[in-house]
Design a protein around this ligand. Structure first.
Ligand SMILES: *Cc1c(COP(=O)(O)O)cnc(C)c1O
Length: 348
């Protein structure tokens, strides 16, 4: 059966490197949203905890419930119905606008998101005073304030400009915290790229690291190179082998036609497993360099030869490039039904 292997040593290595940027693993939030970027929430949560990470970031409350046992706090990024928010010491909800403040039930733990330039979720810096006032009035528990960078993996000014806006907003929040008597607010802003780019200027309480912890970054080499190791490898197993005669075809649409007699095998992964489909025209190869023959099917693809199992990829970046997308999309698309095996088995 097709499966995914997860390299615990690689994950640990990446988290240690990221921890060295912020002054310790306890200052990292492991971003485990979307099934831990396709790696598997269930498998990655205990590994993050074993590496000393105390906080996780997930997409929604369902994911939060799955990881809560492993962490001190879990930040939930999306709650489209704030009136349903749970009051639980461990769970913290991102609060994205002024309206949400009045909808969350009393005493809900929140982190207020500030939109410092991304133009997506978060209150504007000019709305901060009103936000603090409303939070007080509605008796929410404000535990922290955060923002998100839109261009931390880009060269150019954008990242620095947004960082300045954030620093300004942070100052404003600290003043407002005094005025409205909120104690011990925590601040976080950096995603993976912004964390990798720390020189010695880390002055937040936490950094939220996703993609880099899994071994990837889109930061151009002109900005920096980082010693990250890929955590996930995708494997397929042979279904059957057959001998083709010259002129025989493989797969839908007869896109591949044998130019000579050959041996081919089919393997048990396809686009139904979240593997991006290919139409047989674009020379998509598995990790040993063998070309996928013809079109990929829903549950299988074919290769020349008869190996028992093949590594489809151990670096999603190469597949992302072929499909004109980013490694995030290749990884998060992997079916949650695929078996995931941690190697070596975590001992703690
Ligand atoms: C996804 C996400 C992150 C992690 O981003 P990476 O680039 O994967 O490190 C951090 N913060 C927020 C708010 C996110 O949505």
């Amino acid at each position: 059966m097709a499966y995914i292997t997860l390299d615990f040593d690689a994950y640990k290595h990446n988290l240690e490197f990221l921890a060295s940027k912020v002054g310790g693993a306890e200052k990292l939030m492991a971003v485990l949203k979307d099934n831990a970027y396709g790696h598997g929430l269930e498998q990655m949560s205990p590994l993050a905890a074993a590496c000393g990470v105390k906080r996780a970031v997930v997409k929604d409350v369902n994911e939060a419930k799955k990881v809560a046992d492993f962490f001190e706090k879990v930040l939930i990024l999306i709650e489209a119905n704030p009136q349903n928010a749970l009051q639980d010491d461990k769970l913290v909800y991102a609060c994205d606008d002024l309206d949400a403040i009045s909808i969350f039930p009393k005493h809900t733990n929140i982190h207020l998101k500030v939109d410092t330039g991304m133009g997506r979720n978060g209150v504007l810096p000019s709305e901060l005073e009103e936000a603090f006032l409303l939070i007080k009035k509605h008796e929410l528990k404000l535990e922290g304030v955060f923002t998100h960078f839109y261009g931390a993996d880009m060269s150019g000014e954008d990242f620095y400009v947004q960082m300045q806006t954030y620093q300004q907003a942070k100052k404003t929040c600290k003043k407002l915290a005094q005025k409205f008597a909120f104690q011990d607010l925590i601040f976080h802003s950096r995603n993976s790229a912004a964390t990798l780019r720390i020189k010695d200027d880390f002055d937040d309480d936490f950094a939220r690291v996703g993609i880099a912890s899994y071994g990837y970054t889109d930061i151009p080499q002109s900005i920096g190179e980082y010693p990250l190791k890929k955590v996930l490898s995708l494997w397929a197993e042979k279904i059957c082998t057959k001998s083709l005669k010259k002129g025989d075809v493989v797969g839908y649409g007869a896109v591949f036609r044998a130019k000579e007699d050959m041996v081919v095998s089919s393997y048990d992964l396809g686009y139904g497993d979240g593997l991006f489909r290919q139409d047989g025209q674009d020379n998509l190869c598995v990790s040993n360099g063998k070309k996928i023959l013809g079109r990929m099917s829903m549950d299988c693809f074919s290769l020349q030869g008869n190996e028992q199992k093949v590594c489809v990829f151990d670096d999603a970046f190469s597949w992302a490039k072929k499909h004109k997308t980013i490694s995030y999309e290749i990884l998060t698309s992997l079916s949650p039904f695929l078996k995931r095996i941690v190697k070596p088995y975590a001992t703690s």
